[in-house]
Design a protein around this ligand. Structure first.
Ligand code: UDX
Ligand code: ADP
Length: 458
C-alpha cells in the first residue's frame, strides 16, 4: 500500500510509544515507525507484553501493529525512509559539569540530530516531542542545517501534554495540541504539515499554532503551574495538621471559585514523575542563566516544598510511632508515582523508602504494577527490602501501613482483616487521602492523613 506520509518516531518510551500508537490508530493512511536503541524495549513492543502499563494501550497496539505501525531497532533505515521525524528521546537532568542538577542533559538529543543528518539524503521535518529547554530547536537547526549538501531541515516544536495513566484518553481527546515553528514561509509550511496530522481527529479550534520559543516555553510553564498547585495545597496541608482545618474541605472551598477550579488540588505525600521536577529545574536554570534570580527562586521553591513534604511524611511517621521505627515492619501500599502506571521515576516512594531504611525500619513494598521498577530504583539496598504484590501479605506482622500511591485497590481492602494480622497498636499513614479515616479509627487504627488532624487512641 502507498502511504500518504512516512512518519518516524525516535524513542519508544512513555511519550513516543503511546503518541505514535494513537497517531497510527487515527491515521491509517500514514505509515508510522517507532525506533529505539533499546532492543529489549522494541522486542516488548512487538510482543504480547508491551513495555509500559497504560490503560487501554494494549488493545490499540493490537489493532494497528504490523498494519501501519511498526516497532524497530533500525534507526538509520527509519531515518532514511521518513518524511517527518518525531524525536522523543530522553532528556534527563544533567548530573555533571555546568548546570548539574538543573539543566537538561542534551547529549541524546544532539546525538540524534547528528544521526538524522548522517542518514538523510533529502530535507525532512524534525519534530521536538521531548520537553526541551527553550531555544533547543534553534541549536538543532544549526547542527542539522550546517551540512555541506544544502539539505534543509525544519525543526518544529510539538510538546506532549499527556499524563501517564490517562495517556490514551489525553491523546485521543487533548485539551490542546501545540505546534510551534519559525515564522518563515518554510517554518509555517512545516507547521501546517504537523497540524494536518492532528486535524485527523483533533478539532481545529484545539490546535494552537505559535512561534517555536512560545511552544517550548509553554510546555515548561504548564508543568510548572501544575506542580505549583500541588506544592501550594501541600503547604496548606501542613497548616491544617497544626489547626483543626481539613485540607480536603479547604481545597473544595477554594476550588469552587471558578477562577481557581477544582482539579489538581489533592494534597499528597508529594508529586513525582519524570516531568515536574525536571522541567521546573530546567526553567530555574534558564532564569538563572538570564540573570532572573527572583524568578528562578520563585519556581525553585515549588520543588523545595515538595521535598519538604516528603521529609515531613517520614518525620510524622517517626514521631507518632514513639520516635523509633528501628526493627518495625512498615508496609508501603503503592510505589508508582501515581495510580494506573508502573512508572516510578521521581516517585516520592523512593525517598520515603530510603528514609525509613535510614531509621532501620523493615520495609515491605507492595504495588500492583511497579515492583520491577521499584527493585531497579532500589538496587543498592535491595537486600534490606521485601517486595510483596499482595497487600494482605505485605501488611501481615506490620506495625504500620503507609499509602503512597492512590491505586483504587487500596480503597477497597478488608482493613479489619488486615488489622488483625498487624502488630498493635496499628498505624496507618495515608499519604494520598484515599481511605475512610473515621472508619479505620473506629476499627482501632491510629490514623494520620495529609492535612488532617490525627486520629489516635493514645
Ligand atoms: C505531568 C503533566 O500532567 C502532563 O501534562 C505532562 O505531559 C507530563 O507531566 P504526569 O507526570 O504523567 O503528567 O502525571 P500527573 O497526573 O501530572 O501527576 C504528577 C504527580 O503529581 C503525581 O505524583 C501525582 O500523584 C501528583 N499529584 C497530582 C498530586 O499530588 N496531587 C494532585 O492533585 C495531582
Ligand atoms: P519519555 O518519558 O520522555 O518518553 P523514556 O525514557 O520513557 O522517556 O523514553 C526515551 C526513549 O528514548 C528510551 O527508550 C531510550 O532508549 C530512547 N533513546 C535514547 N536515545 C536514543 C537514540 N539516540 N536513538 C534511539 N532511541 C533513543
Amino acid at each position: 500500500m502507498e502511504y500518504q506520509k512516512d512518519i518516524l518516531c525516535i524513542g519508544a518510551g512513555y511519550v513516543g510509544g503511546p503518541t505514535m500508537v494513537v497517531i497510527a490508530t487515527k491515521c491509517p493512511q500514514y505509515r508510522v515507525t517507532v525506533v529505539d536503541i533499546n532492543k529489549e524495549k522494541i522486542h516488548a513492543w512487538n510482543s504480547d507484553h508491551i513495555p509500559i502499563y497504560e490503560p487501554g494501550l494494549d488493545e490499540l497496539v493490537k489493532k494497528v501493529r504490523d498494519k501501519n505501525l511498526f516497532f524497530s531497532t533500525e534507526v538509520e533505515k527509519g531515518i532514511h525512509e521518513a518524511d517527518i521525524i518525531f524525536v522523543s528521546v530522553n532528556t534527563p537532568t544533567k548530573t555533571f559539569g555546568q548546570g548539574a542538577g538543573k539543566a537538561a542533559d542534551l547529549q541524546y538529543w544532539e546525538k540524534t540530530a547528528r544521526q538524522i543528518l548522517a542518514n538523510s539524503d533529502r530535507g525532512k521535518i524534525i519534530v521536538e516531542k521531548s520537553t526541551l529547554p527553550v531555544r533547543t530547536a534553534s541549536a538543532m537547526e544549526r547542527i542539522l542545517n550546517g551540512n555541506p549538501d544544502g539539505i534543509h531541515f525544519e525543526v518544529v516544536s510539538n510538546p506532549e501534554f499527556l499524563a501517564e495513566g490517562s495517556a490514551v484518553g489525553d491523546l485521543e481527546n487533548p485539551d490542546r495540541v501545540l505546534i510551534g515553528s519559525k515564522e518563515t514561509e518554510e517554518g509555517r509550511r512545516a507547521r501546517k504539515e504537523i497540524v494536518e496530522i492532528y486535524a485527523n481527529w483533533v478539532p481545529k479550534a484545539r490546535i494552537i499554532e505559535s512561534n517555536v520559543w512560545s511552544s517550548e516555553l509553554s510546555k515548561l510553564t504548564a508543568n510548572a503551574f501544575l506542580a505549583q498547585r500541588i506544592s501550594s495545597i501541600n503547604s496548606i496541608s501542613a497548616i491544617c495538621e497544626k489547626t483543626e482545618a481539613d485540607v480536603n474541605e479547604v481545597a473544595y472551598a477554594v476550588g469552587k471559585d471558578s477562577r481557581i477550579g477544582p482539579r489538581f488540588l489533592n494534597a499528597s505525600v508529594g508529586f513525582g514523575g519524570s516531568c515536574f521536577k525536571k522541567d521546573i529545574l530546567n526553567l530555574v536554570y534558564i532564569c538563572q542563566s538570564y540573570g532572573l534570580t527572583e524568578v528562578a527562586d520563585y519556581w525553585e521553591s515549588v520543588v523545595k516544598i515538595n521535598e519538604w513534604q516528603e521529609k515531613r511524611f517520614i518525620q510524622n511517621m517517626l514521631s507518632n510511632m514513639f520516635n523509633t521505627i528501628a526493627g518495625k515492619r512498615i508496609a508501603l501500599f503503592g510505589f508508582a508515582f501515581k495510580a494506573n502506571t508502573g512508572d516510578t521515576r521521581e516517585s516520592p516512594a523512593i525517598y520515603i523508602t530510603r528514609g525509613l531504611l535510614d531509621e532501620r525500619a523493615e520495609v515491605v513494598i507492595s504495588d500492583p504494577q511497579a515492583l520491577i521498577n521499584a527493585e531497579i530504583d532500589l538496587e543498592d539496598v535491595k537486600d534490606s527490602l521485601f517486595f510483596e504484590i499482595d497487600p494482605y501479605k505485605a501488611a501481615s506482622g506490620a506495625h504500620a501501613i503507609a499509602v503512597l500511591t492512590e491505586w483504587d485497590l487500596y480503597r477497597n481492602l478488608d482493613y479489619q482483616r488486615i488489622k488483625e494480622a498487624m502488630v498493635q497498636p496499628a498505624f496507618i499513614f495515608d499519604g494520598r487521602n484515599i481511605l475512610d479515616h473515621q472508619k479505620l479509627f473506629q476499627m482501632g487504627y491510629n490514623v494520620f492523613a495529609i492535612g488532617k488532624a490525627p486520629l489516635k487512641h493514645f
